[in-house]
Design a protein around this ligand. Structure first.
Ligand code: GLA
Length: 739
């Protein structure tokens, strides 16, 4: 990897084994974008890539010169109010009311490694040789605001990270109205846009659209990254598929309001912007103050979507997630939520945990309802003390009993919320986000605590660290069950109210940071009514997240398939639950429920006492299977093979690093009579290894399996041969292939 600056042409070239990123200081001092894509040879002069020409109805920068218009030039960090009429990356209001800005190259520095971003989650390096960072400082000559554009290129792979740090080195107070993390101008718009969208219980479905002139965008104004749109975007060439072709993935390491958009202009060039949602953001930057944007990550590939996803998976597994659990196979858990909801006693929990232990589970998680006056969702949030009516021995006593069973104990919190029916709210009614003299909206009877205030974060931290210090807690599920409304803080002045959404998220990060530092061995799982805040920002603190409140295996195929576009298997919380399923009332076979959940952190969300003895034996076999293969399932290389968005079947697989073990998950939604022959072409195997297929007992070379394919045809699809158990709807198989 290398970052080169060619003094004569004022050109930067960032390159590694996979990509090149080239930009230049233009004659007006702004940074121009020349190239981003597959690695090309370095040379002094790439200025021919900066195309300009005279066009009618254009505004120009220089007198007597009809070639230089920013409207027709690709730029790195375009400003508002210039000759460019596309949406800018930055917008700053000055004391005289002007928003005109002129960000000119001042200096740059190249450093080894990657600097941490104060207060924000970000990818990191462990040694300086893993990456290089270029910081280009731009300055506005009038206001003296500096914008440091940070670019980190990793030693290998198509990864480039971007963020911007503003420093007000002038005398006046400035108002940042838009401060995007990334702008990328591309020379053509021949891309297909893919996004991960949905809603509660239907997160991360893949949606695809063609780019047309104008703006395509996704975002959130809910205060959390949202169920509706994940902060992730793919632009792929029309012929790109999972196995081949060019694609660029854009991911924002942020958990609050965001915007990602692509603007196609009249000449078919493309501008991508990603960052904090400008609509709900304003930041006052007094003289001497700085502001750091969240980090955006771009991944380029010319080897198809699977390869793009694998690059994200490795990066987010190894250089975004951190700490004790980062590289460890995850404990198999039993969560009591769908087993009991709010209706439990200590003895009942012990009964559930004992059975889970007998079946081989390792962690028992007590979900909502253990604290304060909480017997339904109208009371208790904010009072993080055990409800002694239900739990006479408190959390300490319960956690000890669980540990005596030989299991670890985990606990649910929803730290950012309060119910009005709670001691916490009664003591601090002004600690919720609420606008003066206006009514307050609720979600699930709860109100959002003002995490922009240090004292609020401190008070919640105090309660949580007390419990974590006293009881034997190995895992925390951190929930967040409503979006923000009436975003106003009683603690901040009028001219800082535009900062509250972002300050709120900084408060959430601060609490996560303090707790994960103080309790480094506790495994954190993030959750927001399922996937309402399943984003890279959360992954920095919590290496796994509950991806959806929909636990039905068929629904999960789409959710997990979509989520895998950006996020690794080790980050996806996946549980086996009861039938009929509680969200869609569907009856799926127990083996299919497990066959889907294996591709995740794996656990059970039911009372195993309620299963038949045969089912319990099956659960024991499932848990033993997961223990044997979880290392490969969670940390192997993941491939999508057949999309549940495109047909009646879905398939995916993982391959171990040494390519000696592979597991293929194959799923058929509805049964068919006298069905077609089916096969799946596998990926990532060693062509010359001979793999034994545990399902059929046959052996095949890797090249056969990758090119001729794995036969998945169903021998019971026509007439059921005697002695063969017939398949039903929602059939699935795991094919274990071992050398
Ligand atoms: C959210 C979570 C669920 C469960 C409930 C408890 O909906 O996503 O898993 O924890 O809250 O109230």
């Amino acid at each position: 990897m290398n970052i080169v600056y060619h003094e004569n042409t004022r050109t930067f070239h960032l390159y590694n084994d996979s990509i090149s990123y080239i930009m230049t200081v233009m004659r007006n001092g702004h940074l121009g974008q020349l190239y981003f894509g597959k690695r090309i040879r370095d040379k002094e002069d790439f200025s021919y890539l900066l195309e300009t020409c005279e066009r009618p109805m254009t505004s120009y920068v220089y007198e007597n010169d009809r070639t230089f218009s920013l409207e027709h030039i690709r730029q790195e960090y375009p400003v508002f109010g210039s000759t460019d009429y596309r949406q800018p990356a930055v917008d700053i209001r000055q004391e005289n009311g002007s928003r005109i800005l002129d960000l000119r190259y001042k200096c740059h520095v190249i450093t080894g490694g990657k600097p941490a971003l104060p207060g924000l989650p970000a990818t990191y390096t462990e040694t300086d040789s893993e990456a290089q960072t270029l910081t280009v400082t731009l300055e506005d000559p009038v206001t003296k605001i500096h914008a440091d554009l940070l670019y980190t290129i990793f030693a290998r792979g198509g990864i480039l990270t971007r963020s911007v740090r503003f420093a007000n080195l002038g005398k006046e107070s400035l108002l940042l109205g838009r401060a995007m993390s990334l702008c990328l101008d591309l020379p053509d718009s021949d891309y297909v846009w893919q996004q991960l969208s949905g809603c509660w219980a239907r997160e991360c479905h893949i949606h695809t659209r063609n780019l047309e002139p104008g703006i395509s965008s996704i975002g959130s104004m809910r205060g959390n990254s949202s169920h509706e749109h994940n902060p992730f975007l793919v632009l792929k060439r029309p012929n790109t598929d999972e196995r081949m072709g060019e694609a660029v993935g854009f991911s924002l390491i942020y958990s609050g309001n965001f915007r990602m958009q692509a603007e196609v202009d009249a000449h078919d060039t493309l501008r991508i912007l990603a960052g904090i949602d400008p609509e709900t953001f304003e930041w006052k930057l007094d003289a001497g103050e700085t502001f750091q944007t969240p980090e955006a990550v771009m991944v380029y590939t010319d080897r198809g979507l699977n390869h793009m996803s694998q690059t994200f998976h490795k990066l987010y597994q190894k250089r975004l997630a951190r700490g004790y659990w980062r590289d460890k196979a995850r404990p198999i858990l039993n969560n009591n939520w769908e087993a009991t909801y709010f209706d439990f006693t200590e003895d009942r929990l012990i009964e559930i945990a004992s059975k889970a232990k007998e079946c081989g589970a390792e962690l028992f998680v007590l979900d909502d309802g253990w604290f304060g006056a909480r017997s339904n969702d109208s009371a208790g949030l904010g009072d993080w003390k055990a409800n002694r009516d239900r739990l006479p021995n408190g959390i300490s006593g319960l956690s000890e009993r669980i540990e005596q069973l030989g299991m670890k104990f985990g606990l649910w919190f929803e730290p950012e919320m309060t119910n009005k029916d709670s001691d916490f709210y009664r003591q601090h009614p002004d600690w919720i986000l609420a606008a003066p003299s206006r009514s307050q909206s609720h979600g699930r009877n709860q109100y959002v605590l003002d995490f922009s205030r240090k004292e609020v974060v401190e008070a919640i931290y105090g309660q949580m660290s007390d419990i974590l210090g006293q009881a034997k807690i190995s895992y925390i599920k951190w929930d967040m069950n409503r979006s923000i409304t009436e975003c106003y803080s009683a603690a901040w002045p009028a001219d800082r109210q535009g900062e509250i959404y972002h300050r709120y998220i900084l408060g959430v990060y601060d609490l996560y940071d303090r707790l994960t530092r103080e309790f480094p061995q506790v495994l954190f799982e993030s959750c927001a009514s399922g996937g309402g805040r399943f984003d890279p920002g959360m992954l920095y603190f919590a290496p796994q997240g509950w991806i959806s409140d929909d636990s039905d295996a068929v629904e999960r195929l789409k959710i997990q398939y979509g989520t895998s576009l950006c996020y690794p298997v080790s980050s996806m919380g996946t549980h086996v639950s009861v039938t009929p399923n509680h969200q869609v009332f569907r009856n799926t076979p127990l083996h299919t429920r497990a066959n889907v959940a294996y591709f995740g952190t794996f656990g059970y969300e039911l009372d195993l006492n309620k299963l038949t003895p045969e089912e319990n034996e099956e659960v024991k076999r499932q848990i033993a299977f997961m223990k044997k293969y979880r290392e490969v399932l969670q940390f192997g290389t993941f491939y999508r093979l057949k999309s549940p968005f495109e047909g009646n079947e879905a398939a995916w697989m993982v391959v171990s690093e040494d390519q000696k073990t592979a597991l293929v998950g194959w799923y058929r939604i509805l049964n068919c009579v006298n069905g077609s022959y089916t096969r799946v072409r596998l990926e990532g195997l060693n062509p010359s290894y001979c793999y034994r297929n545990a399902y059929s007992g046959a052996c095949h070379f890797g090249d056969e399996l990758m090119h001729a394919g794995l036969i998945t045809s169903d021998e019971t699809a026509g007439q059921v041969p005697s002695g063969v158990k017939p398949c039903t709807d929602f059939e699935s198989r795991i094919y274990v292939l071992e050398v």
